[in-house]
Each structure stands twice: as C-alpha cells, then as structure tokens.
Write a protein that binds this ligand. Structure first.
Ligand code: TZP
Ligand code: MG
Length: 209
C-alpha cells in the first residue's frame, strides 16, 4: 500500500487518555483495532518521554500486527525511535522540510492547516496529508485557534488533491454534514475515546459515512 492509499480511509483515530474514561491508551487502541480502524495517531501532551516511548513501543507492535498505520503527534524523535509510519505536525513545529530530511520519503508527514494559504503552502512543501480544522469549537486541544468553519473545509475539498482529515468538534451527530461537504476522512477525539463502548461508537459512526 502506498502512502496515499494508507490515508484515504474513513476514520482517523487519535488517542487522548485524559478523555478515555479511565481506560489506558493500550485498551483504547485495542478497541479501535477491533473496530477495524486503519489509521491511529498517538497524541499525548503531558506524559514523560520515557513513558511515551514504552507505551508507543507496545502500540507499534499492536498496530503493525493489525496492519494499522501508526502516526505520532509532534515528536519526531519518538516517531523515529519506535519506527512509526509517520508524524503529524503543526504550524509552529519544526519546518516540514527539516522533518522530511529526518524521516525520509517513505514516512508520512501530516501538517495541520487553518487557511487556504496554509493548505497551499503544505502542498508545495511536500506534506502527505493535511489536517483541516478545527471545524467547530473544541475543548480537547489547549492551544487551539478559533474554528475555521465549514467554508475552509469545502474550499479544500474543492480545490486540492492532497488527502485531508477534517478535525475539531466533530461528533457522530454532525459527521454527515462534514462528509456532504467533501471530506473523505474524519477525525474525532472525544467522541470516540470518550464513548462507553468504543467499538459500538465506531460502528455507529461508520454507518453514517
Ligand atoms: N487538532 C485540531 S482540533 C483537535 C486537534 C487535535 C482536537 C479535536 O478534538 P475533538 O474532541 O474531536 O473536538
Ligand atoms: Mg502539534
């Protein structure tokens, strides 16, 4: 499977232990894998590096066995150390060109974007996919910018070939709206990790896609 194929998938799941109702990331990822999710991003802002490394080593083993693409948020060293499939970076992280030099052509690099200018820039600089959001208000991310709204999502869907992931405040109840505007890949953090039954939640979201 090439990089593009690995990203053209319905759900892009992200970990967030803080919102996982007392379950560990390992337990949550087990559920995501059981629900046949194809892309999982590890996103943990407050844990110590050694803890993240040990946790990600286990998650790498689980995702590899299941054929799931495993992406690390922000941390390039961590991604390299555990041989993740790629990283997801933001506008204020290391420049994409530098990350590419470190990771090489085979790895996936995703970049968060919040405007048409940033999307264009991400394509020029060689991102493999872009994040588009936050679409709606979200309380999950601490340093989040104002919602970009549905117009930006529609703009990306109509003007770009690059795979993109819609994110931010998306819930089962509004996912059809996101899809109807042209998104093929959707990310929901709290809606999934905060569900009582993660597998049932994913199945239920999928029935709307
Ligand atoms: N990037 C942009 S919004 C966001 C991230 C990581 C958080 C989305 O979380 P939720 O719970 O789906 O609103
Ligand atoms: Mg980041």
């Amino acid at each position: 499977m090439n990089k593009q194929e690995r990203l053209t998938t319905d759900l892009y799941c992200i970990t967030a232990e803080k919102f996982s109702l007392g379950r560990s990331n390992i337990e949550v990822v087990e559920e995501m894998i059981a629900a046949e999710v194809k892309v999982i991003q590890y996103r943990e802002k407050k844990k110590k590096m050694l803890y993240k490394y040990e946790e990600c080593k286990k998650l790498r083993e689980m995702t590899r066995k299941a054929g799931v693409t495993f992406i690390i948020n922000d941390d390039i060293h961590l991604a390299m150390a555990i041989d993740a499939d790629g990283v997801h970076i933001g506008q204020e992280d290391l420049p994409l060109e530098e990350v590419r030099k470190l990771l090489g052509e085979d790895k996936i690099i995703g970049l968060s974007t919040h405007s048409p200018q940033q999307a264009e820039d991400a394509v020029k600089r060689g991102a493999d996919y872009i994040g588009v959001g936050p679409i709606f208000k979200t309380y999950t991310k601490e340093d989040v910018c104002d919602p970009v709204g549905l117009e930006y999502l529609e703009y990306v869907a109509n003007n770009f070939e690059i795979p993109f992931v819609a994110i931010g405040g998306i819930k089962e109840q509004n996912v059809e709206q996101i899809i109807s505007l042209g998104a093929k890949c959707v990310s929901m953090v709290t809606e999934i990790v905060g569900a009582e039954d993660i597998r049932a939640k994913i199945d239920s979201i999928r029935s709307r896609l």
